[in-house]
Design a protein. Structure first.
Length: 261
């Protein structure tokens, strides 16, 4: 089966490859069917390895680089290929200016963000769940690119990939409070509270605003309209699995970006 890869117009540029993966085109079975790129939830390691290899070949990259994602604010600079199939370390964002390295952020409802510095020729892949968004991992990544490569935020182009929509993502009052503290103005990100104090949360919109606050031009940010929870055939969703009584048993898609010589 051919890989079904989602691409964004803003990241179509010479010397650059990118994609947001979907469920199609891999060898995994059952709840992981079929292009699961995540190793941490019970899928057979050989299947995940084959899925990752298919993705690497499809994008014409020399290596794919993953991190052990921890819902934090750490950013890792990647200057060379991974050692075997080992992750680059514990982080929720990866940056590089080296050709041939495909940076991967893994998601199954969280928000994947890909960045391209058109001026300095650097890229980033960011995993921003609600915790990482409260910590502003997006701004931390922009700052890391400034420090590492001299990036000008005005030169950045961003693509925000499929994530869970506000319509399908209710959070409790404790999460609402964290977003109110982190963002201040939450209109358009957090719905009015329900009788239990919870609300519907749009993490993707929060990430978009954080990118703008970090200096990325609004016109240079493209957002996918796809909801991971609603797109059952096409995308993995942690919350959908939970609602079916299958918590922790689901695959993951990836956002990938890399420079090519």
């Amino acid at each position: 089966m051919t890989l079904d890869l989602i691409r964004m117009d803003g990241l179509e540029a010479p010397g650059l490859v990118h994609a947001f993966t979907t469920r199609a085109g891999g060898v995994s079975e059952g709840p992981y069917a079929s292009l699961n790129v995540t190793r941490s939830r019970g899928d057979h390691p050989a299947n995940v390895a084959e899925n990752r290899e298919r993705l690497r070949r499809a994008l014409g990259l020399d290596h794919l680089v993953f991190a052990t994602q921890v819902h934090g604010r750490n950013v890792i600079r990647v200057d060379g290929p991974p050692r075997g199939d080992q992750p680059a370390g514990e982080a929720d964002a990866l940056i590089t200016d080296r050709p041939g390295l495909g940076l991967v952020c893994q998601t199954a409802d969280c928000t994947p963000i890909l960045l391209h510095d058109r001026g300095r020729g650097a890229v980033a892949a960011i995993h921003s769940g609600w915790r990482g968004t409260v910590l502003n991992i997006a701004a931390a990544t922009v700052e890391a690119m400034i420090q590492a490569y001299g990036t000008r935020p005005a030169d950045l182009v961003a693509a925000i990939g499929p994530s869970i929509s506000a319509a399908n993502y209710r959070v409790g009052p404790e999460v609402v409070a964290e977003f109110e503290t982190a963002l201040g103005n939450t209109r358009g990100v957090v719905s009015p509270r329900d009788p239990e104090g919870g609300a519907q949360l749009d993490v993707g919109e929060a990430c978009r605003r954080q990118l703008v606050m970090a200096g990325v031009p609004e016109t240079a940010i493209e957002c996918s309209p796809l909801c991971t929870y609603a797109e059952e055939v096409r995308l993995f969703s942690a919350r959908r699995a939970h609602h079916r009584g299958e918590s922790g048993v689901f695959g993951g898609q990836g956002g990938v970006i890399g420079l090519i010589a």
